[in-house]
Design a protein around this ligand. Structure first.
Ligand SMILES: Nc1ncnc2c1ncn2[C@@H]1O[C@H](COP(=O)(O)OP(=O)(O)OP(=O)(O)O)[C@@H](O)[C@H]1O
Ligand SMILES: [Mg+2]
Length: 306
């Protein structure tokens, strides 16, 4: 089943079209990275999914329920961490979590100490919330989501404000939750982390969803091996290389052939061409990171053309 599905989701703030006809799909068990430049509409989407604001147009379904109609069925299954977490400033971190846990509907929840342990905050949890650092506040918010032990986590930049060790901890915790079959929808600007933990990504730009794909597919499509050789040998290179079973396609431009294949096949390609007596100048791997792909996808076309 789909954990989240939006159809024609649109949000207008006066003249500004913050979200424009977005159809996104998060499948159950996905670790879904929600990407986009500042102001693209990620937080707006998250607020709409959680029914914190109402759409101008379109619908959101979570676990098959229309959120606007089924908040009671849906919200207990979601744990979310957004922006500045709201806790009682005069209570300690631990007291806040105890209160939070007491207010949860009956069900299987984690203990407060387990939650604190997961975010490495047990030692500091006796401190008043108002005296917490930004990173500690963020960790406490994550702990509250863990304690609820929901089916779906919605996290708006979960590692924002965390130190490097905290980021690694959150990354590992997310992987761990994914391993337990939880669905995670997270927005982030840290594309190396997204590449490492997410199975699928959606890319927003100016309120539109411009791409939604599997991370591995997205990277595979844009990775390959480039063979540089004399122009007149290109056709032969294409013929020889196309026959290899690990090659999906060859594209030639001038003295370069882009070979769509796993990048670790570069030396085999070189050997094969040499075996055919074809002289090549260079065989290089074209490894692409999610960051490369993201920048290309979101680049301003007009600026690029100039
Ligand atoms: N309450 C509001 N009133 C008016 N405009 C708003 C409101 N909330 C958001 N916006 C505008 O909607 C657009 C999308 O904002 P949003 O916060 O969703 O972006 P974002 O993708 O989360 O960006 P960031 O990466 O900076 O967090 C922005 O232009 C923002 O100024
Ligand atoms: Mg945001």
């Amino acid at each position: 089943m789909e954990a989240i599905k939006t159809k024609g989701l649109t949000k207008r703030y006066k003249k500004l079209l913050a979200l424009n006809n977005v159809d996104l799909t998060v499948n159950e068990g996905d670790i879904y990275g929600f990407l986009g430049p500042n102001g693209a509409g990620k937080t707006t989407t998250i607020r709409l999914i959680l029914d914190l604001i109402s759409p101008t147009d379109g619908k959101v379904h979570v676990f098959g329920h229309r959120v606007a109609d089924g908040v009671a069925q849906v919200l207990p299954r979601i744990g979310s961490v957004l922006g500045n977490p709201a806790f009682y400033p005069h209570l300690s971190g631990r007291e806040n979590l105890n209160l939070f846990r007491d207010l949860l509907p009956k069900g299987d929840h984690m203990s407060v100490e387990e939650g604190l342990q997961l975010v490495n905050l047990r030692e500091k949890a006796g401190l008043k919330f108002s005296n917490f650092s930004a990173g500690m506040k963020r960790r406490l918010a994550l702990a509250s989501a863990y304690i609820k032990d929901p089916d779906l986590y919605i996290l708006d930049e979960p590692t924002n404000g965390l130190d490097p060790k905290g980021r690694v901890e959150v990354r590992d915790a997310i992987k761990n939750l994914g391993g337990r079959g939880k669905t995670i929808f997270l927005s982030s600007h840290l594309l190396n982390e997204v590449q490492e933990v997410c199975s699928r990504v959606g890319v927003l730009k100016d309120g539109r969803l411009i791409n939604e794909s599997h991370v591995s597919q997205l990277l595979r499509e844009t990775s390959g091996v480039i063979v540089t050789a004399a122009k007149e040998t290109m056709e032969r290179i294409s013929d020889v290389v196309s026959e290899l079973d690990y090659v999906n396609g060859v594209e030639i431009s001038d003295d370069r052939a882009f070979v769509d294949c796993p990048t670790d096949k570069s030396s085999q390609i070189l050997t094969t061409l040499a075996g055919e007596g074809i002289e090549v100048q260079e065989v290089e791997r074209k490894e692409r990171s999610l960051e490369d792909v993201f920048i290309e996808l979101t680049e301003d076309k007009e600026a690029h053309d100039e």
